[in-house]
Design a protein around this ligand. Structure first.
Ligand SMILES: Cc1cc2nc3c(=O)[nH]c(=O)nc-3n(C[C@H](O)[C@H](O)[C@H](O)COP(=O)(O)OP(=O)(O)OC[C@H]3O[C@@H](n4cnc5c(N)ncnc54)[C@H](O)[C@@H]3O)c2cc1C
Length: 387
């Protein structure tokens, strides 16, 4: 099954599908069972240049936009894989591309494009502040040409499979800024070096096979040239990255949605109970049809968000709405797929329970559904602020 809309990205789709076809359901299942990292898969994507899609050609990348990047991520999930192992590089890239200096881009981008370095991690969330990002307590204090970092982060993904991390920290205390979104800055952190000199990494075992960690910073020193853009403007910069992240996650959910719909339509057409295919019952057809409609609708909003982002136009509302619609649609598709496989949906060898767990994450992270509703209520509908 495919979208009823044919888009202009069929070349990319076919090429990514061909690469993904080399990594079977069994490969992804085994990585999941071993709680491993899909090294070979991520290496293949890197070598083929897909994870450097957003890097301009002069730095060795493909010079594509978020739209194309989203198609790449969608196809990974559509093939039965999980972009969660590598999507960080796509959304982190925008922060560096849009706000890094020429010197910084010349330093980092060619090595990321060649695969020598991975930029897969972003450290924002903290244990005591959660979604209330402007209250973060991790500080970066400038001293003798370096920034000294102290604090704690939680749920920071792919740290053990990345060379660099983008870190958000407070450079001016909250009490000294005019607006709470001011006074935060973003830094590039050399992960391996940091692990030797003030950053402790503690892995968090979790429901999906997703490498994520608690981080503790104790007087970690970072060279001042690793500050991206202007000091104090980090929150604004990271919002660009977050809009890209939401849109890419929407595309991944759409990939998941089509995967579940493919599996369930095939199964209910073949499985016979009471002397006829179960898919002949409207009680079975309707939830599947409903999920398909929702995935298609989410797809339209995702392309709208991508288009605005690529034209450097405001896209906060569309990125949030795309993420909301797509995460909901993939979850509906996952439920229908599991339900109509009956007991078999629970068997690991069908891969449904794995994808079911994976797609559930997107109701919570990288931004919870409630926070999206709150954003739309306040920023689009002008309702009174609730926090
Ligand atoms: C597997 C995984 C990977 C992650 N990777 C990263 C990463 O790489 N980098 C990173 O920085 N973070 C990462 N995160 C963190 C993720 O972005 C947060 O978990 C998410 O934003 C929610 O924050 P929280 O867990 O602190 O929930 P809280 O802020 O404690 O909120 C809990 C729940 O309460 C509800 N809620 C909270 N406030 C409100 C409100 N005002 N109105 C209505 N409802 C509300 C929401 O439903 C929310 O889900 C990851 C999380 C997971 C689970």
């Amino acid at each position: 099954m495919k979208s009823i809309e044919q888009d202009n990205y069929q070349d990319i789709r076919e090429a990514v599908r061909a690469l993904c076809a080399g990594f079977s359901d069994e490969y992804h299942r085994q990585v999941d069972e071993k709680k491993g990292y899909p090294e070979a898969f991520v290496d293949a994507l890197t070598q083929a240049g897909w994870l450097a899609a957003l890097i301009p050609e002069e730095y060795g990348g493909a010079g594509l936009g978020l739209t194309e990047a989203s198609v790449i991520m969608e196809e990974i999930n559509r093939s039965g894989g999980n972009s969660g192992s590598c999507h960080g590089q796509m959304y982190n890239m925008n922060t560096l591309l849009r706000h890094g200096s020429e010197q910084q881009k010349a330093f980092w981008l060619p090595r990321i494009a060649s695969g020598e370095w991975r930029l897969q991690s972003m450290g924002v969330t903290e244990p005591t502040t959660g979604t209330d990002t402007t209250k973060i307590k991790t500080t970066a204090i400038k001293r003798d040409g370096r920034y000294v970092i102290n604090g704690q982060k939680v749920w920071i993904s792919r740290v053990q499979h990345s060379d660099w991390m983008i870190l958000l920290a407070r450079t001016t205390p909250l009490s000294e800024v005019r607006r709470k979104s001011e006074g935060m800055s973003i830094f590039m952190v050399d992960i391996k070096e940091a692990m030797q000199s003030g950053m402790t990494v503690r892995p968090i075992a979790n429901m999906v096979n997703h490498e994520t960690n608690e981080l503790f910073f104790e007087n970690l020193e970072i060279p001042e040239q690793n500050l991206i853009g202007e000091e104090g403007m980090g929150f604004r910069y990271i919002l660009d990255g977050l809009n890209a992240e939401r849109t890419l996650i929407a595309a991944e959910c759409i990939g998941d949605g089509y995967w579940f719909l493919d599996r369930v339509t095939k199964y209910v057409s073949e499985r016979e109970v009471f002397g006829r295919p179960i898919g002949q019952n409207q009680g079975v057809q309707f939830p599947i049809a409903e999920a398909f409609i929702e995935v298609e609708a989410a797809n339209l909003m995702r392309f709208k968000a991508c288009e605005l982002f690529d034209r450097h136009l405001p896209c906060g509302a569309q990125a949030n709405m795309a993420k909301y619609l797509a995460a909901k649609a993939s979850w509906e598709a996952a439920n229908a797929c599991l339900q109509f496989h009956g007991g078999y949906g629970f068997a690991n060898e069908y891969d449904i329970e794995r994808k079911f767990r994976e797609t559930r994450l997107y109701q919570v992270a990288p931004v919870s559904t409630n926070l999206i509703l709150s954003y739309i209520a306040e920023h689009v509908l002008d309702l009174p602020r609730s926090f």
